[in-house]
Design a protein around this ligand. Structure first.
Ligand code: ADP
Length: 500
């Protein structure tokens, strides 16, 4: 209010009265109070002045020769430039003054001569304040309309992009995961109709094995607002699995905290990638087999005795060829397990003989590395594919040995926990940094880039293990303390349905 009061004295008043004495009186009264006053004695002059420089308020005498106050008022109201200026009529006591006519013509108020200073000022103040607020309201209104127009335009653009986007997109509530909106591409990929999928839980669209991965992505998004390119298995209506890269962003949708989920279907890209890898690996196998044969022949001495330097170089060649063979075999293995070409054939078996076999297989390696292998006895019967479980255990034991110093221990234990079986491979090796505990189960992920060279690994072993265990409906994870050692856990259902 104080700001408005300060502005009001600066207002520009146009006073119209055919009596110069009246005008002089009014002008003096108002000028003293700080108003800027323009005085005219004729209606026509007033109209010209008002149009040329519209005042903030007009004081208009009713009774004037030529053009009376009502007429002047009508003219002012007919012109856009002057229409909104508040007009206060002035009438003399004893004059015939038609109030109704004055208001109908567009006047906002009237004062009577002789003037009472307080009354004139009070009415002036009131109408200037009203006018001021009206102008402010109009400005706010037009700004609001502009904002609404901008928002509508933005929503239009989003709706168009949403509809036309070749990427499948879904919008779901953040808390419950209830699907609020999906685009055409998503319906095409999933095979659902809109009516079938709206209001259902978004988890219907992802493979049940990935629900934990999905929740982790959601949690990450809630911390940083978004997650980009999280690989997930998408489940179609017909039960087909598609690989998607999911980008998830938190948005506000109809006043509800929601997630915008944009997918990139990479199923075909992955298939081609795998096909390419397996093709190249197959092609590499034959020349590699003949190289190994040739190196073995050289090593046997049948082609003559090599110099010491020659023997040394041959050793390096054999070591590297063995590594290459391991890599090619691992790639092919992973590809076959991933694509389901290697069938998982579970049978009911005793775990203990399998654990013993795993230990025996790794014994030579452990002795060479001067690492002690320990096995805790157990009597557990479990339904697994014995060859694949053996492959997993030898891989974990081999890693344990590789990353443990001479004199260290790698221990294998198994126990029953309800209807689940837990197998543990614990070492006293170098340990794994916390930020790598998850990623080492991905392809070609190693704690140290030099691990493959120095330890002869391929970075695929744990990815293979994870696939095997997940196909058994189990879980594999690791806990570790740097410099102290790592514990790999394999958790399996004792009897299970196979995962596709
Ligand atoms: P690799 O053939 O390289 O051993 P894996 O997939 O089996 O491939 O393991 C990936 C990486 O995880 C290893 O290169 C190593 O950096 C780390 N790692 C695995 N097992 C252990 C372990 N027991 N102790 C320390 N690091 C390990």
């Amino acid at each position: 209010m104080s700001r408005e009061h300060k502005q009001i004295p600066k207002a520009d008043i146009l006073a119209i009265d055919d009596t110069p004495e009246n005008l002089a009186l009014l002008s003096q009264m108002l000028t003293e109070k700080g108003y800027k006053v323009r005085s005219v004695t004729k209606g026509s002059t007033a109209l010209r002045g008002a149009k040329a420089a519209p005042p903030d308020l007009i004081l208009l005498d009713v009774k004037m020769p030529e053009m009376n106050g009502y007429e002047v008022c009508q003219h002012l109201k007919a012109d856009d430039r002057t229409r909104n200026i508040p007009i206060i009529f002035i009438s003399a006591l004893g004059d015939v003054f038609d109030k109704v006519k004055a208001f109908q013509a567009g006047g906002v108020d009237y004062i009577t001569k002789p003037f009472q200073v307080e009354e004139v000022l009070a009415r002036l103040n009131t109408h200037l304040t009203i006018r001021h607020l009206q102008i402010k309201l109009q400005a706010q209104n037009s700004q609001l309309q502009q904002e609404i127009a901008q928002k509508t335009a933005a929503e239009d653009k989003f709706a168009k992009a949403f509809r036309a986007c070749p990427n499948p997109i879904a919008i779901a509530t953040y808390r419950e995961g209830q699907l609020l909106e999906v685009n055409k591409s998503l319906l095409q990929m999933s095979g659902y109709t809109k009516a079938e999928i709206i209001d259902r839980n978004i988890l219907h669209l992802y493979s049940p094995q990935d629900s934990e991965k999905y929740h982790q992505a959601l949690q990450k998004a809630s911390l940083q607002g978004f997650v980009h390119n999280q690989e997930l298995n998408f489940l179609t209506k017909l039960g087909q699995i598609k690989t998607v890269l999911l980008s998830l962003e938190l948005i506000e949708w109809g006043g509800t905290k929601s997630t915008l989920q944009i997918m990139n279907d990479i199923t075909e890209r992955k298939r081609l990638e795998n096909e390419f890898i397996s093709l190249v690996s197959h092609e590499l196998r034959t020349p590699m087999t003949s190289t190994i044969g040739a190196l073995d022949l050289l090593n046997s001495g049948q082609l003559g005795i090599l110099s010491d330097r020659g023997k040394q170089i041959l050793k390096v060649a054999i070591r590297n060829t063995e590594r290459l063979t391991r890599l090619v075999n691992d790639i092919l293995d992973l590809e076959r397990i991933e694509s389901g070409q290697i069938a998982i054939e579970p049978v009911q078996c005793d775990l203990q003989p399998l654990l013993i076999q795993a230990i025996e297989t790794m014994q030579a390696m452990a002795e060479k590395a001067e690492v002690n292998l320990l096995l805790e006895p157990c009597s557990v019967s479990i339904r697994v594919d014995p060859d694949r479980l053996l492959q997993t255990l030898t891989n974990l034991l081999s890693n344990g040995i590789k990353f443990t110093k001479p004199g260290g221990v790698v221990q294998l234990t198994a126990s029953l926990e309800g209807d689940r079986c837990k197998i543990i491979v614990q070492d006293t090796g170098r340990g794994i940094p916390t930020d790598k505990l998850d990623s080492i189960f991905e392809r070609f992920q190693q704690v140290d880039a030099s691990d493959s060279r120095s330890k002869g690994g391929t970075g695929l072993g744990l990815a293979i293990c994870r696939h095997i265990i997940e196909r058994h409906n189990g879980k594999i994870w690791v806990e570790s303390v740097l410099g102290k050692g790592s514990i790999f856990y394999v958790d399996l259902p004792r009897t299970h349905e196979l995962t596709e």
